[in-house]
Design a protein around this ligand. Structure first.
Ligand SMILES: Cc1ncc(COP(=O)(O)O)c(C=O)c1O
Length: 392
């Protein structure tokens, strides 16, 4: 059965959400302020539970009169969640439009993007091929079922492991092309989604998120206006959409990116490429400020960062992943402590980009003394009284 013949995949007119829009394909009309961009996608698939909520985030130790609000993109779904959903809404629509019968993508062993792609592909009845980079010592072993791998393997993604050294030496473009050629030779119709879904088409995901935030502010009761948007950056796709959308729309909030894996100069150039691919005619350096928050390196955490993740969860109930949002929020709080004047009195919207499954990879490092537990005190002769239910 090909993707277009699956019953859930239908065309729906661009109307108000009805609750039946999930997994439907709609014609895409951009916000008026983005209508000069080129190319404009023709269709979008509804894959995320949108709009995601925005609420005040009572972080301790903020500078005077600073408010932090949280955009809960981690709640854009459970299996298919986080920022990747927004990019995949456009990328998957393109894959289906091109008649693909499978998708290929690539990332690290705990890539949230690869997991989201595997789930989205299965929803649309496409097969998913993942190339995952892992350490040299683990590349010939069963990758296990921790975190994102559990979901990827449950939904039947094909996993090809490579070492991090091979990944760095050969590069993601060549690696995905090798797999593409192989599948083409087998008579398949593969569609390649780049690392993290970050190309100019994927950028529309966060241009749309800006429209969503604008609409939420318009329909909200208070007269809320955000001065700043703060978000993690690992490939640059999310900040490209956010900063372009914010600068073009009435939102006009300053976007601050905290990089978790590379240096700001690399990202200014990469984002520039995405913007040029949309004929945006803007300089990335004018619309986004990128700071380094990579610490010990990509996906490697210091004990202070993990302590921060624990403290934020215990103080606010919001669980951050350690690799992306945890580092970005840690970087933001560090900057606030070092430069309080820069942030005083500002209203900040932090985008929670998801990644919770990746936290399972940090269980050991999180520490055994996490939280409180003890054996319940019970007298030996307490009589049993039947309650409701038959579980025990
Ligand atoms: C949870 C999470 N947050 C943030 C990011 C960074 O987004 P981007 O790759 O678009 O920079 C990623 C992925 O790279 C992610 O998985």
């Amino acid at each position: 059965m090909d993707a277009s013949s699956k019953t859930v995949v239908g065309d729906a007119p661009p109307t108000q959400p009805t609750g039946f829009d999930f997994l439907t394909r709609k014609s895409y009309v951009p916000p008026y302020w983005a209508s000069h961009l080129n190319p404009i996608p023709s269709h979008v698939f509804s894959l995320g539970h949108l709009p995601t909520p925005i609420h005040k985030w009572n972080l301790p130790n903020l500078p005077n009169n600073t408010e932090v609000w949280l955009k809960r993109d981690d709640l854009s779904g459970t299996q298919l969640s986080g920022n990747k959903v927004r990019k995949l809404e456009f990328l998957m629509a393109d894959a289906v439009a091109q008649g693909a019968d499978c998708v290929i993508t690539i990332g690290g062993i705990q890539s949230n993007h690869c997991c989201a792609t595997a789930v989205a592909a299965k929803y649309l009845n496409l097969e998913c091929y993942l190339i995952l980079g892992t350490s040299k010592v683990l590349v010939d072993q069963d990758p296990g079922l921790t975190g994102n791998l559990l979901v990827e393997r449950l939904v039947g993604a094909h996993v090809d492991l490579i070492s991090k050294e091979e990944y760095a030496k050969i590069g993601s473009v060549t690696l995905t092309n090798i797999l593409k050629e192989k599948l083409l030779n087998e008579g398949r119709r593969p569609y390649v989604i780049p690392e993290a879904g970050s190309n100019s088409l994927g950028t529309w995901g966060y241009i749309e998120a800006i429209r969503e935030i604008e609409q939420q502010l318009q329909t909200g009761t208070g007269h809320l206006k955000f001065d700043d948007i703060v978000v993690a950056c690992a490939s640059g796709g999310t900040i490209a959409g956010l900063s372009l959308g914010s600068s073009l729309s009435a939102l006009d909030a300053k976007v601050h990116a905290f990089s978790v894996c590379d240096d700001p100069d690399y990202f200014y150039d990469f984002v520039q490429g995405l913007l040029d691919g949309l004929d945006a005619d803007v300089d990335s350096r004018d619309i986004v400020n990128i700071q380094n928050a990579k610490g010990l390196g990509y996906a490697v955490n210091t004990s202070e960062e993990l302590k921060f993740v624990r403290e934020v969860a215990a103080a606010t109930g919001v669980v951050l992943d350690a690799v992306y949002c945890g580092k970005a929020a840690y970087g933001m709080m560090k900057d606030m402590a070092e430069n309080p004047m820069k942030w005083e009195g500002r209203k900040i919207l932090f985008i929670h980009t998801g990644g919770l499954l990746g936290l399972f990879d940090k269980v050991e490092q999180m520490g055994t003394s996490l939280g409180n537990w003890h054996r319940m005190d019970l007298d030996e002769d307490i009589p049993r009284k039947d309650g409701i239910g038959k579980m025990f």
